[in-house]
Design a binder for this molecule. Sequence first.
Ligand SMILES: [Mn+2]
Length: 269
Amino acid sequence: MNDNPNVSNGTPPPYDIVGDVHGCIDELRELLNELGYVDNDKGGVRHPAGRTLVFVGDLADRGPANMAVWKLALASIESGAALLAPGNHDNKFARYLMGRNVQHTHGLEGTVREYRALPQREQKALSRAVLRLVVDGPPYLVLDNGNLVVAHAGLEAWMIGKVNKRISSFARYGEQTGELTATGLPVRRDWANAYRGKPLIVYGHTPVATPEFRNNTINIDQGCAFGGGLTALRYPERELVTVSARRVYAPPSMVERSAGLAPAAVEIG
Ligand SMILES: [Mn+2]
């Protein structure tokens, strides 16, 4: 991991920040269409008014078209039209690509299957691009001159602008309290409940039924792969656009339920 990546990104607003895609290409395309994005000539998208797409991370795993989502995101990022705040699933895929011993669970098995079905040359190009972004790039993004933070699992106020191993891990995975639930699962710290910082923090990671502002933070993961929805936050407008999942792509496990997956999303199954 790069020890000193620059988390401050000078790309000016406006932005369209998109929640956890998890391989849901149809919903992503529908959402981008609603937001006014058009195809570029390299397999990515761009906005005619120069808006920037910002992914909150977890592009793949669980959904039906993981390589299609990665390719769209990478082609958009490479052309300068998009940014990524990497999530834990992106990190796990990168570790797989580096030859690390990772468990092929929670949807990674589908992503790896799709990846290995690509022609060798495409595998190499995609692998290089993913590693550059996820391993060498910043673990979260500070945008709009410090007024906006996009971090996959969130961030505590004192961490903003800083990077070290603990902060990088917090931004991608969140933090566990060390306690266990009644069913023996780790409890995640509710950092947003205590957040009193000035920058707006946009995050995902733990699906919730509806995107709501809370202490100047907002969780835009509506659990698309679990049959919920895919959300974009338009910034600085603070308008929300959500498209519904076309179906349930992955049954929510005990872990996701305990992590607060939307009851509405569960009931769709
Ligand atoms: Mn996540």
